[in-house]
Design a protein around this ligand. Structure first.
Ligand code: SF4
Length: 406
C-alpha cells in the first residue's frame, strides 16, 4: 500500500503523564498494536510515529510521546523530544485519567494553549468510573474540548476521532492561487526572468512555469522578458500591464523600469503567499531593522542542493543584509526537514523559497518559529526588504507591514 509522504500528514501529538494510557489510546485509535504498552510508567522513550488514514481529514501521523512528568537525565531527554514534536504539532490530544486533572496535566494544557495548538483533553480509563466533576468544570470554563474514553474497551474512541476531525486546522487544506486574483481575462502580465549563470540550461524554473500556466488558465496574456528588455517591452504595450512579476534578484532594476502606476511583485512573494503566510513573512523581514552586532541569523534551506560560488542563501543575502544593517552578524545555515534544536538562539530565520516543500510543511515551519518567538521571513521577501522595495511589492495584496524601513 502506498503511504502519503510525511510532509502532507497532519501531525497529532498525544501528550500527558506517564501511564495515563497514551500508548493504549493510539492503538485504539488506529486499531493496531503499534505503541509499546506496559503497566510500568515511562515505557515510551522517543516519540513513536503511527501513520493513519483519518477519514475525511486524510493522512495523519499520531505521535506517542514520553510522559511529561518524566524525571532524571533520561526523563529530561524524553521530554525534550516531546517538546520538539509539540513545536511541529498541528493538534494535540492531552491524555489523562477519569480520576481528574493533576497539576502536571494543567501545566501541560497551559503549555499547549500558549503554543496555540488546537487541543482536546481525553479522560481515559472510563471503565473505572465517571469523570471527576471539577476537571470537567476546568475544561468547560476555558472552552477546552474534552471527552471521556476507555482505550481498554473502545468506548468513546469513535467520538474522539470525530472531535479530532472537527479540530483539523483548515489553513493546512487550503490551496490558494498564485497570481490568479491579481489580473482578469484579457489582461497582460509581464514576467521578468533573468537568464544568468544560475538559470538552468534550456528551460525556465518551475515557479516561473507555474505562474505562466496560471495566466494562460485565466485567459490573460503572458509576456516573458529578461530584465534588460523590460523597458522596451513596456513601451511596446498599447495598454499597461495589469501586473509585473519579477525574479527577486533583479527587483531593484525592475522597480526602476516599471512605472509606479503599474502593480509590481516578485515570484518569491507570490510563492510566499501560496505556500505559507505572506503577512507573517513580511513582518518577519522587519526584524532585519532590529538586528544588533553579534546577533545570529539562520539561513534555513529545506533541502540540500548544489551550492554555487555566489550562492543566494549562503553568500548574496548575508552580504546584502550585512550591508543594509551595517551590523556584524553571524549567519548559520541549516539544511533539511528539521530546524536546529537551538532555534531560540536566533534573532531571525530567513527561509529558502521552499520549492521542495508543500504548503502544509511551510506553514508548520512558520508556526514553529512563531511558537519559539523567532521572526521568520524568506529569501525573496528579505531581498525586497533590503532593496527598499518591500512596500511596493506587497501593495498588490493590500498588505502593510509593521513600521520599519521598507
Ligand atoms: S529553494 Fe528549493 S531547492 Fe532551494 S533549498 Fe529550498 S527547497 Fe531546496
Amino acid at each position: 500500500m502506498k503511504t502519503a509522504p510525511r510532509g502532507i500528514r497532519i501531525i497529532i501529538a498525544l501528550v500527558g503523564r506517564r501511564n495515563a494510557g497514551k500508548s493504549s489510546l493510539i492503538n485504539a485509535l488506529t486499531g493496531q498494536e503499534t505503541a509499546i504498552v506496559s503497566d510500568v510508567p515511562g515505557t515510551t522513550t522517543d516519540p513513536v510515529a503511527k501513520p493513519y488514514e483519518l477519514i475525511p481529514v486524510g493522512p495523519v501521523t499520531f505521535y506517542d510521546t514520553a510522559g511529561l512528568d518524566d524525571t532524571g537525565e533520561l526523563g529530561e531527554k524524553r521530554m525534550r523530544a516531546t517538546r520538539k514534536i509539540l513545536w511541529r504539532a498541528d493538534m494535540a490530544i492531552m491524555v489523562t485519567e477519569q480520576s481528574g486533572l493533576t497539576p502536571a496535566d494543567v501545566a501541560m494544557i497551559d503549555q499547549i494553549r500558549a503554543l496555540a495548538i488546537p487541543c482536546v483533553v481525553v479522560f481515559n480509563k472510563m471503565d473505572r468510573g465517571a469523570i471527576e466533576l471539577d476537571s470537567i468544570q476546568f475544561c468547560t470554563d476555558r472552552g477546552i474540548d474534552w471527552i471521556g474514553v476507555s482505550a481498554m474497551n473502545g468506548s468513546g474512541v469513535d467520538e474522539l476521532k470525530h472531535l479530532v476531525i472537527q479540530m483539523a486546522p483548515p489553513e493546512l487544506r487550503e490551496d490558494p492561487v498564485l497570481a490568479g486574483d491579481l489580473f482578469t481575462e484579457g489582461d497582460t502580465v509581464v514576467l521578468v526572468t533573468p537568464i544568468d549563470l544560475a538559470a538552468p540550461k534550456g528551460r525556465l524554473i518551475l515557479p516561473q512555469v507555474q505562474v505562466i500556466r496560471e495566466i494562460l488558465d485565466g485567459d490573460a496574456v503572458a509576456v516573458v522578458v529578461k530584465e534588460r528588455e523590460l523597458e522596451a517591452a513596456l513601451r511596446n504595450l498599447s495598454v499597461p500591464p495589469a501586473l509585473v512579476i519579477t525574479d527577486s534578484q533583479v527587483v531593484l532594476k525592475v522597480a526602476g523600469d516599471t512605472p509606479d502606476s503599474v502593480p509590481l511583485t516578485t515570484f518569491s512573494i507570490l510563492f510566499a503567499r501560496h505556500k505559507g503566510d505572506l503577512a507573517i513573512l513580511a513582518n518577519g523581514a522587519q526584524a532585519i531593522d532590529r538586528l544588533h552586532d553579534g546577533d545570529r541569523v539562520l539561513m534555513a534551506e529545506a533541502c540540500s542542493h548544489h551550492v554555487q560560488a555566489d550562492d543566494i542563501g549562503r553568500v548574496k543575502i548575508p552580504r546584502w543584509i550585512t550591508q543594509y544593517s551595517g551590523r556584524d552578524l553571524q549567519f548559520d545555515v541549516s539544511t533539511g526537514y528539521d530546524f536546529p534544536d537551538n532555534l531560540g538562539d536566533y534573532k531571525l530565520v530567513i527561509h529558502c523559497g521552499s520549492c521542495m516543500l508543500n504548503r502544509m510543511e511551510m506553514i508548520r515551519r512558520i508556526r514553529e518559529c512563531q511558537r519559539r518567538n523567532v521572526p521568520i521571513t524568506n529569501y525573496g521577501v528579505g531581498i525586497s526588504k533590503v532593496q527598499g522595495v518591500l512596500r511596493r511589492v506587497l501593495a498588490p495584496f493590500g498588505l502593510e507591514v509593521d513600521p520599519g524601513r521598507v
